[in-house]
Design a protein around this ligand. Sequence first.
Ligand code: SF4
Length: 130
Amino acid sequence: MEIKVLLCNCKGLCDSFKDSDMNKLPFEVESDLDVTYTVLSPQLCGQGGNAILEEAMKTSKPDGYLLVGACAPKAQEKLFKKLIRATRFNEKHFVPVDIRGTDNAGILDRLRGSVEGILKQAEAGPSPAA
Ligand code: SF4
């Protein structure tokens, strides 16, 4: 199962990320979870972050997932709606996770829960493209 993980720490300026260590986190995610790769952008909703996300969507396998650890899922849905539409990425395979307000262990737990959810969803059968 292809699961690409993209992380964002809101420019490194937001207090919600003060307890996390973003230098260590990508390595920890790749060590602990069965994912394809993990990348960190300081601003996924900015120019560079959008370019990374676009590439990840465009090169994704038809059954691949994008797990995005950043701000609130509702905010992410709004921020990335255009990009999902433009790349025709299956929006059901876009999995936003709130990683704010905790430390690396807490973030890993949240991401682990989402990976387990993805695997269950994949076992249940293919989801139709939106
Ligand atoms: S995607 Fe969310 S967490 Fe990342 S910079 Fe934008 S608003 Fe901040």
